[in-house]
Structure formats: structure tokens, C-alpha cells
Design a protein around this ligand. Sequence first.
Ligand SMILES: [Zn+2]
Length: 484
Amino acid sequence: MPPNSVLMGRSVNSLSNDLEQISILDMQKRKRSHVQENEEEVSQLSRSHSLKSLTESTVKKLTSHEVLVTTSNAIRPIDCALQTYAWGRVGSFSTAARLKASQSDGEFEVDEFTPYAELWVGTHPNGMSTIRNESCSKDNSISLLNYVNGDPKLHCGNEKANNLTYLLKVLSINKVLSIQAHPDKALAEKLHAERPDIYKDGNHKPEMAIAITDNVEGMCGFLPISKIVGNLEKYPELYDVVGREAAEHAKKNMNTPCLRHVYQKLFRSYMEAPTKLVRSSLNSMLRKLRSIHRNELDLTQILMMRLADQFPGDPGIFAPLMLNYIHLKRGEAFFIGANEPHAYVSGEIVECMACSDNVVRAGLTPKLKDIDTLVSMLTYEGIHPKITRGEILDRCTTLYEPPVSDFAVEFITVPSEETYVIRDVQSPAVLLTLSGSATLAQGNVQSLQVGFGSSYFMSANTRATIVAGKEGVTIVRGMSNVYF
Ligand SMILES: [Zn+2]
């Protein structure tokens, strides 16, 4: 009996038995064919790439620690958790819901009146993925975490690791999410120790958003102080909410080199403004905005009116006068570090983050607000987030690499009927098919039919060959940041 069989349970054992064991001879043959695949890959690269992208791919070239694929570390289909938060797109308008429906072979049907917000691919306890096993009933399914723990070294490629360091999601956003920030590691540990009912884990949660539609909107980071001071002059209602003392302090000190105290004073008095004052100021500002012809409103003003429709009376409606309002087209991405205020507004994204669910919220939400923590934790730097289109690694793969070790994301797009090798990385990986179809093969160990919504766990240091169907295929791979 293999050592992992106790944790993996009887059902996976029987699956393992069904799969063909490969002989030593086959292993040697496969090793040779991988070397050939590697050489083909490199020669394709030299044919199709400019000198610049070749240099980039050389820089990103990783040392291969490839291990042979057997029935114990072959790719496993997984079922993902779907979250029905109120801000999600409704029914079939939600890509998260459609991915789930097509992944679950009729076990889940989209309800056209329910909002579907997020599909989670990973091992977070609030939305654990499970290993899909045709021969086992749902009650008998194995969590992805238990599967990984069955043989951590084999699946994670590292003696010390026993879990995924990241969580991959698809977000389908209809209404604005709460204004929020995520703690750094030290603060996360403290919050979790003090209030484990609210802050459910002790991990930090840097995150990256990659647009999969053309109209993604969000707010992130503080505007330059000069712009906020400009808005205090332009909107007397904001001046009233913030209060004379903080507003004048900002005007007077907007040219000082260290602005942290200026931002914090402004943000605290905005967040602590009495509800009655916020309501009357909002009414006055919105009355003025509504009297302006729509064509003459600027983007910030239109956004404030939309937020007012979604969360009437909420102080967060003023947020676009303090935070950067950003727009992403398909394929564009931005990274949100610890302690940066942000809120997604609309559109659909792939989001990857450290494996955590720690959120400190302050507005545009019916959930608990923790204003004291938020005000004291923020970085208060007036910097516009850097928007990137990722880095082209080769003819099929674009890498989105954040400045943290917890996660990285690859978008792998293989054109119609072409073949491509997903190379090995020293990290457990999850795959999610966003469009098209393909066959995913690992030598003679297995061959899987891949379609929209198919999701997989891929053990560390293993490779797989994609043969794209007629319409091509796009697969997103989440993994630890092996480039960090
Ligand atoms: Zn967030």
C-alpha cells in the first residue's frame, strides 16, 4: 500500500489501481521524449520570437527538477467552491457560475436569480477544492488539502511545504465590493490571535487582479495629496465630511515630504464622520450632480452616482474623491500589496492571492466594518498602481509575477490544434480552463478531455502536453512564485 493511501482514502486507491503502472523501460523512454520536447520548444522559440522576448525567456528560464509522472502524481481533476456573495453577477451573467456549472457535469445548475461572485481554486478552508473521482460519491470526496498532505514532498516538491501557498479565484463583479485592505503578516497574526471569529487565519493577503473582460473597474491606493486637496475645494460636501481641521491641515501640509500623517488625519476624520452629516452632505452633492447633464459629468462623478444607487447613504460614495479610479482591459493586471485601500467596482477578473481570507473593511458593505484597524494599518502613499500586461515567456504563455513569493499566474493560450508542453515548476499548481477545448496528456499515464470550466491539480515538477482543439484553448495556471 502506498504511504499516502490512508489519507487519500479508499476511493483514490481504487482510481490508482485503475490507472496503468508504468515500467522502468517506459520511464526511460519518457525521459528521452521530454528531452526532445524541450529541444523542440527551444527551437520553436528561436523561430518565432524577437531578440527581446528571447532574452526575456532566457532570463525566466528555470532549472528543471522534473520528475516522472506516475499514477501517484498525475494531474487530478478537481471541483471548485462557488461563493454567492451579494455583489456577484446574477445567474448566467456570472462567468464564475458558468465555469462551475460546466465543471460539475450537471450536479450544479445556475439559478437565474442568485448572485454568483467567486469561484475558488485551492485549499482555503472557507472554499476547499475537492479531488474529483468518478468512482466515488460526493460524501466520500477527498479535499485537495488532504490529498496534498498524503505525500507533501511529492505534490509540493519541497520537504517543508504541506499546503498551497496561494488561492486562485475568478471574480464576477456586478456591484462594488467593500472598501478594504489586507493586513501584512505581523498584523494578520495579531488580528487572528485577538479576534479569530473575524480574522480567520494568520496569513497576509497580497493579491493580483487580471482582467478577463474589457471593462474592469476598481479603486486602489490614495490619489496624490494635491488631487485630494483639489477635490476638497471642488466639493464643499467632502470638505464638510472631512471637517475643517483635517481639510485645512491637508492644504497647509500638502508639500511636506512625509505625507503619512496628512493622509491619515484626512482619512480618519472622513471615516469617523457622523452618519447624519454624511447623509446630508451626500444628499447635497448628489442633488447637484443630478442637475448636471450626463454628458458633462466626469468619470469620477458618474462613478459616485453609481455607488449611490448601490449603497444609498454610504460614506464610501465619497471614496472616488480620495482613491485612484482605475480601468483595465482584458489581459491587464495590477498588484495590491499589504495595507493598500482598494475596492473592485465591476467586470470579471482572475484573482490570485496568498492563501488567506483576511479582509479589513470600511465602507460600501453590509458586512462588519473595522474602521480603527483600517485607519491605523494603511500605507498612505499617494501612488497610482502600476498596470501591467504580464511578461511573455514564450509563444503561448504570459506570466503575471507579483513582488511576493506566495503566488504567480500564467495564462497559457494554445492556438487551434497546436501542441504545447506545460513545463514543470517547483510548486504545486492548479489549472482552470477559461475557454476552448484540448486534450491534456501525461505520457501513457493519462489523457484528459479539457473544456470550459475544467480544473486540475498538478503536482510539483511534473509536465503535461496540451493538444488544443479546433477553437484553441486558454488555461490559467496558479502556482507559488517560483521566479521570486
Ligand atoms: Zn482585496
